[in-house]
Design a binder for this molecule. Structure first.
Ligand SMILES: [Fe+2]
Length: 210
């Protein structure tokens, strides 16, 4: 290697390793990307807001659709768990219809689906809820939103986070307008992890201190 080539080589590898260190440390500390709230944040008062969205208090039926559980931890950017975080979540039913008066989708309502929950993170920032896989829904004549769950995370002393959780291996993820505005790294952070042959998804949420 001549002198100039060698100098260039050293320079490139130094930049490469600094970039690698930076990428690793920033990955560990990157907070969950935010996403728009969307038009269907619940506005109809609802007494039952517990962690089982497949049942509605006072009704005997069960929500239609594929039952799943979602669990995770709420963490700060140093990956310390945060307790007593308010986790407000809402989603479409299995047909892709929101329990919201402004949803004009003609898909059926499901009176046995709770659609909205407000939970608190407990010990070690942990949370868990039972629900169904939300249906996709049309946003125009040619486009659909891929299945997702909306989250609003708040805790005194931290920045509030509005985001959407996606599901792995969903065909429509590739065509989803909002999902595809995110980088691959952001998409990975917004997509729940599923263990094989289970209906259990893990979704950790990282929020910023104020
Ligand atoms: Fe939505």
């Amino acid at each position: 290697m001549d002198k100039i080539k060698r100098r260039t080589f050293l320079k490139t590898s130094l930049v490469g390793s600094v970039a690698a260190i930076f990428t690793n440390s920033s990955h560990a500390e990157m907070s969950t990307p935010s996403e728009m709230q969307g038009p269907f944040y619940p506005i109809t008062p609802q007494k039952d807001q517990d962690a089982d969205l497949t049942k509605v208090a006072g009704k005997t039926g069960t929500a239609q659709g594929k039952v799943i559980e979602v669990f995770g931890q709420v963490l700060d950017q140093a990956l310390n768990p945060i307790e007593d975080v308010s986790i407000d979540l809402w989603q479409a039913n299995s047909f892709g219809r929101y329990h919201h008066p402004h949803d004009t989708n003609e898909a059926p309502l499901d009176e046995n689906f709770q659609a909205w929950a407000i939970l608190q993170s407990g010990a070690e920032g942990r949370y868990r809820f039972k629900t169904i896989i939300p249906g996709a829904y049309p946003i125009s004549s040619s486009r659909q939103r891929t299945p997702h769950i909306h989250f609003k995370i708040s805790k005194k002393g931290y920045e509030s986070l509005l985001t959407q959780m996606y599901f792995p291996n969903q065909e429509l993820n590739d065509q989803d307008v909002l999902f595809n505005r995110k980088s691959a790294e952001q998409q990975a952070m917004m997509t729940a992890k599923k263990s094989d042959n289970s209906n259990i998804y893990q979704y950790n949420i990282i929020i910023d201190k104020l």
